[in-house]
Design a protein. Structure first.
Lengths: 326, 273
């Protein structure tokens, strides 16, 4: 089988003296959903825009399916981009928006409209073909943008924070649709987001970026379960970062259980108790003035409730204790 | 209670027009003006072949000036909006465009005369370069001079609204077009021009109304050899033929309104206002 992977080889982006993306290397597996995750200004959008060809690369190269695409114009790369605000042409109706790239290629009206209708059927928008973009809801606009990007038959679809303009309810629905579409089409999706829940819900692989470099990359479950750096542990959330005599460790809050204070176990004073529905979050202060958060299933907690001020023992499996390298 | 704005409009806009309409029906003789309600002025206007020539001339000036200002104005606005990267430079260059407007338009117009005249700078330069043997006669006091002055005077009225509309075009649309494989010319034709139409239309209205209402440029630059409707009116006024001048003014006003009405059918400018 041909190698369809997208590969970044020490890709660098400099704006004058500032380095936005610092020599990052990564191989995106073909037919996978990858999320570029990180806080704003970490370089994730620049990375995506360099892959798309909307930003020149200062150094390194981008290889897609064995072809160096670093300096090709966007349309010749085999990528298509879906923009954050969808960037639909306001003067064209849905059908012509979707058919735009075919029109640029000089495909006849009848043929390109037929192709566009096919794409609209894929995103379930056939009835709205004659509408103008500002007559559509946010979710519908997004589907048009998707159809417009997909009509070029890209090998890689690049999505720049595609869900950030939607309300929370729609966001959850659209993300399952994105996931389904990726599986159906069998192409790679590269999705930029700053929401870790979005990344976890969607991605096969997560790349966590910070300060222009990749902090950690790997399968979603691995990144969440075993963060390698303090930044990743804190950014992914749900982790305690604890300094123990032999280094810093990340322990998932839901892996911490509460016992009565026993010798040998870590002891702490309860500082706060918060009921969260399925779980109860218990904060405790342990030696060295460190805060530890334990997420206890509500039934377990209420079988043996604690109040702020109580002295408790904290316990976790050593397999859940992940050493942080930075 | 009439609001102050309505009162201002009433006194300074509606009332004068109503007066002109009324006067246009009065009777005039060589030595007197008599209030009346007759159609003589209009009958004379529509019966005279001069009227048609002059109206045709006015439209000719308007159309040629419109085409030139559109071409130059669009190009300048496009350059400012899409090729100048920083806002500071955009503002600086934009202000540079307005510098000619710091002087009166009559002075700007008259300053062409020593340049274009028979022994003017243009002719003497061309002759010293050996491009021409004889001075070119049609540079000054010709339709060419009239249109040149119009284009000089009114191009900015095209630049401003087009630039304004272009600045509102979301830059990601250009990227989206490029992502879809459009080249520069295709982006211009399929994205920028359609989205700039309202600005073009506003600029068109400015230029067309200004040119159609003008009389001084035509008089100076044609050396009183060409006429447009404005000169017809101004001549009537000079001869104290107010009823005739009013009738011509009303016909001109209606012509301009109909022209704008037709233009507005093509493009919706409400989003821009």
């Amino acid at each position: 089988m041909r190698n369809q992977d997208l590969e970044l080889v020490s890709v660098t982006k400099r704006y004058g003296a500032t380095v936005a993306v610092d020599a990052i290397n990564y191989r995106f597996k073909s037919d996978s959903y990858t999320c570029l995750l990180g806080p704003s200004g970490c370089g994730k959008s620049s990375t995506l825009r360099m892959i798309a060809g909307h930003e020149s690369i200062s150094d390194g190269s981008i290889v897609l399916a064995g072809r160096d695409i670093s300096h090709l114009p966007p349309a010749q790369r085999g990528t298509a981009m879906m923009f954050q605000n969808y960037a639909l042409f306001p003067h064209l109706n849905v059908l012509d928006n979707v058919a735009f790239s075919q029109k640029m290629k000089g495909v006849s009206t009848a043929k390109r409209h037929a192709e566009a209708r096919e794409m609209l059927a894929l995103v379930d928008l056939t009835e709205l073909a004659d509408r103008l973009p500002d007559q559509l809801s946010g979710g519908q606009q997004q589907r048009v943008a998707l159809a417009r990007a997909l009509i070029t038959r890209p090998q890689v679809l690049l999505l720049d924070e595609p869900l950030s303009a939607l309300d929370p309810f729609l966001r959850i629905r659209m993300r399952s649709e994105l996931r389904k579409l990726q599986k159906e089409l069998g192409i790679s999706f590269v999705h930029v987001t700053h929401g870790q829940d979005e990344a976890l819900a969607l991605a096969d692989e997560i790349i966590v970026m910070n300060n222009a470099v990749i902090e950690q990359a790997g399968p979603a479950r691995e990144v969440f379960n075993a963060p390698q750096t303090k930044f990743v542990a804190q950014f992914m959330g749900g982790h305690n970062v604890i300094a123990l005599p032999d280094g810093n460790f990340a322990i998932r809050a839901d892996a911490v259980s509460i016992t009565s204070p026993t010798p040998g176990a870590i002891e702490g004073n309860v500082t706060a108790v918060e009921y969260q529905g399925t779980h109860v979050s218990v904060s405790a202060r342990i030696t060295g003035d460190q805060e530890v958060l334990a997420l206890i299933p509500d039934a377990t907690f209420f079988a043996n409730p604690h109040q702020p001020g109580d002295r408790i023992g904290l316990h976790w499996d050593s397999t859940n204790q992940h050493k942080l390298i930075a | 209670m009439v609001s102050p704005l309505a009162a201002v409009l009433l006194i300074f806009l509606v009332l004068p027009i109503v007066l002109i309409v009324i006067v246009s029906f009065w009777r005039a003789t060589e030595f007197s003006i008599i209030p009346a309600f007759e159609f003589d002025n209009y009958a004379f206007l529509f019966g005279s072949p001069v009227t048609y020539t002059v109206f045709f001339n006015t439209f000719k000036y308007a159309v040629i000036t419109w085409a030139c200002t559109l071409l130059i104005g669009f190009t300048v606005a496009y350059y400012l909006a899409f090729h100048i990267r920083t806002l500071t430079w955009q503002i600086a260059l934009f202000l540079l465009c307005t510098i000619p407007f710091w002087t009166s338009n009559i002075i700007r117009m008259i300053s062409w005369i020593p340049f274009l005249g028979r022994n003017g700078i243009a002719n003497s330069t061309l002759m010293s370069w050996g491009v021409i043997e004889e001075p070119i006669e049609w540079l000054l006091f010709s339709d060419f001079a009239v249109i040149l002055a119009f284009v000089h005077l009114y191009t900015l009225f095209m630049v401003v609204p087009i630039f304004n509309t272009m600045m509102r075009i979301d830059k990601s649309l250009i990227e989206a077009a490029r992502d879809a494989g459009a080249n520069g010319a295709q982006i211009l034709w399929n994205v920028i021009i359609p989205l700039t139409k309202p600005g073009i239309m506003i600029g068109t209205i400015f230029v067309v109304t200004l040119v159609m209402g003008d009389f001084i440029t035509v008089r100076f630059m044609s050396g009183s050899q060409s006429a447009n409707v404005g000169r017809l009116i101004s001549n009537d006024i000079a001869l104290l033929q107010y009823p005739s001048a009013s009738a011509t003014a009303i016909v001109l006003l209606l012509t301009v309104l109909i022209t704008i009405g037709i233009l507005l059918r093509f493009v919706d400018i409400r989003k821009e206002l």
